[in-house]
Design a protein around this ligand. Structure first.
Ligand code: 5GP
Ligand code: ZN
Length: 113
């Protein structure tokens, strides 16, 4: 989608540090990490937010979670990790292309602050 930051990252128009890529999914390091390992995992196809998931596009979300399991193995995150999705204004979403934060390599605590 035109004028979408993460679509531009997928297209290579904005540089990123890739940690994983397949046909449907792209993952890259967050520019402002909140944990020693902080990747952003996205479907390559534009979906605005979790509020837009439907039976038409949910296979892309399944692909994101399959990718997350592979990244966790590749990055040796056997001690655990957290997946976070911020949705909409009150959910704290700042980029309007659905994305899943993959956070690891510190004790993340619960409930989150
Ligand atoms: P949100 O706040 O929407 O859940 O998450 C957006 C995330 O994207 C933030 O953690 C932010 O640091 C990250 N981010 C924003 N712009 C860029 C960018 O240009 N490159 C990278 N690698 N991450 C970005
Ligand atoms: Zn997009």
């Amino acid at each position: 989608m035109k004028d979408c930051l993460f679509c531009k990252i997928v297209a290579g128009e904005i540089p990123s540090t890739k940690v994983y890529e397949d046909e449907k999914v792209y993952a890259f390091l967050d520019i402002d990490p909140k944990a020693p390992f902080h990747a952003i995992v996205i479907p390559k196809e534009h979906i605005t937010s979790a509020a837009e998931i439907s039976s038409d596009n949910s296979s892309l979300i399944a692909a994101v979670f399959e990718a997350i399991a592979k990244i966790a193995k590749n990055e040796n995150l056997e001690k655990g990790f957290r997946v976070v999705n911020n949705c909409g204004e009150e959910g704290g979403q700042t980029v309007g292309h659905i994305h899943f934060h993959l956070l690891a390599r510190r004790n993340l605590g619960w409930p989150p602050g």
